[in-house]
Write a protein that binds this ligand. Structure first.
Ligand code: GLC
Length: 438
């Protein structure tokens, strides 16, 4: 380990032990590098989430270990058979890039505690514990660098395998007991793994935490010591964004606000009652109904629905992080690949109306959303009920209105408080985009 990292880790531990001022006691001021990484993140708009691990072999989602109360010793035997012969990082990244996604977020260690990367502090990892013996995160990092796509890393705060993790409200049937808990040891383990992830695999776009909520029902508030952990991340890679899927308004030290299964401001899944912050926003969604590979889940969203989700996210100033659960053999499911390809074809044409834009000043409506960039306001008609549409633009009047796909002029009439677009017919395309030029 490099001396500077050793020093950073030692300081983290010392700060805790001696009660000296720790990084969390000073308010978080993002660096200029971090702010520019946030802008780049917001410009990217579309990422692919990958949930892959030992659970993929069981084909019942990534919660199977706790859902079926599988003992940690039995679950760990899956590692002895983990051999995804078809895994080809280059193929994955090429397909994801061709879909128009600009970053990949992959589970480096999910709640089951198994590491998909080589780790000196846990032999329960893909290189040491499986016959495959290949560092999946390493191969993916290389392919991402080669294809020019950002790599983000999911990291679980909770752990159903390790005995030093203090028991929360999930994973109670996996063979661990409360008296084995050792927070100091577990916290040190996590920070060492995070250091490995941020020093062995090149530039990392974000660390995406999950599992904070495992202790949200504790009688006393649980101290995850997040600010010091976040400071460690920022000190190792200032451009690395910190995101946490805690379903709360962001905590000090975070750079992105996450929404799970809903767009900001919506709450159909019951996880998103929190306020919307001023941080860059990201909404994660499943392509079918599960995160990890599920043998019986063929309920894939259609390409039209997925494009609608991406566009509606952009209209709400958020990125879409669309999840795929790779198969146990190492392939991306065919149904996902078809959709990726179709999304890519669509984005090849419509990308400029999304990438680099921000949510438009006309609020989202049932008919669709708006995005803006420079002197353009892109009106995305996803579900327009009529051939004419009133847009509440206030006093701002466009110079021209163009049908984005054909470049043809769209007629409009001006009113005191907006304009009415005359489309000629009710649009039937996935997204009828009208480019308003000011
Ligand atoms: C939830 C689940 C987890 C999944 C995540 C993705 O927090 O616990 O399994 O990885 O959502 O958003």
């Amino acid at each position: 380990m490099k001396p500077i990292l050793l020093l950073a880790l030692t300081l983290l531990c010392l700060g805790h032990a001696t009660g000296q001022p720790r990084p969390q006691e000073t308010p978080y001021v993002p660096t200029a590098d971090n702010l520019s990484a946030r802008t780049e993140f917001q410009d990217a708009k579309f990422g692919i989430f990958l949930h892959w691990g030992l659970y993929s072999m069981v084909g019942a989602g990534e919660w199977v270990m706790t859902n079926r109360n599988i003992h940690r010793d039995e679950y760990a035997k899956l590692a002895q058979a983990f051999y995804p012969a078809h895994f080809d990082a280059d193929e994955w990244v090429a397909a994801i890039k061709a879909a128009g996604a600009r970053y990949i977020t992959i589970t480096t260690r999910h709640h089951d505690g198994f590491s998909l990367f080589n780790s000196a502090v846990s032999p329960y990892n893909v290189v040491e514990a499986t016959p495959f013996q290949r560092d999946i995160i390493g191969e993916l990092a290389k392919a991402c660098a080669h294809h020019g796509i950002r790599l983000h890393l999911y990291y679980s705060h909770l752990d159903w395998y390790r005995t030093d993790y203090p028991l929360g409200r999930t994973g109670l049937g996996t063979g661990r007991t409360a008296h084995q808990a050792n927070w100091e040891s577990y916290y040190h383990f996590m920070n060492t793994q995070l250091t490995e992830l941020l020093t062995h695999y090149g530039p990392i776009g974000a660390i995406w935490f999950d599992g904070w909520w495992d202790h949200d029902a504790d009688p006393q508030p649980f101290n995850w010591q997040l600010p010091a952990q976040y400071a460690l991340i920022h000190s190792l890679q200032p451009r690395c964004l910190v995101a946490n899927n805690h379903h709360q308004t962001p905590f000090e030290g975070e750079d992105v606000q996450i929404f799970e299964r809903d767009l900001p401001g919506e709450n159909t899944a019951g996880l998103s009652g929190q306020d919307i912050s001023r941080l860059p926003l990201e909404s994660c969604q499943t392509i079918n109904d599960h995160w990890g590979y599920n043998l019986t889940d063929s309920n894939y969203k259609s390409t039209r629905e997925l494009i609608g989700m991406l566009v509606r996210a952009a209209g709400k100033n958020a990125n879409l992080l669309l999840n795929i659960g790779p198969e146990p053999g190492g392939r991306l499911p065919a149904a996902a690949l078809t959709r990726l390809k179709e999304m890519g074809e669509w984005l090849a044409q419509y990308g400029p109306t999304l990438y680099g834009t921000r949510g438009g000043w006309v609020a989202p409506h049932a008919w669709g959303v708006t995005t803006q960039k420079g002197n353009h306001l892109y009106v995305h008609l996803l579900d327009a009920p009529d051939a004419s549409l009133f847009l509440p633009l206030g006093k701002r009047k466009p110079l021209r209105a163009l049908h984005y796909a054909t470049g043809r002029e769209v007629k409009f009439t001006r009113h005191a408080d907006g304009i009415t677009l005359h489309l000629g017919k009710v649009p039937t395309e996935i997204d009828c985009v009208v480019d308003l030029i000011f």
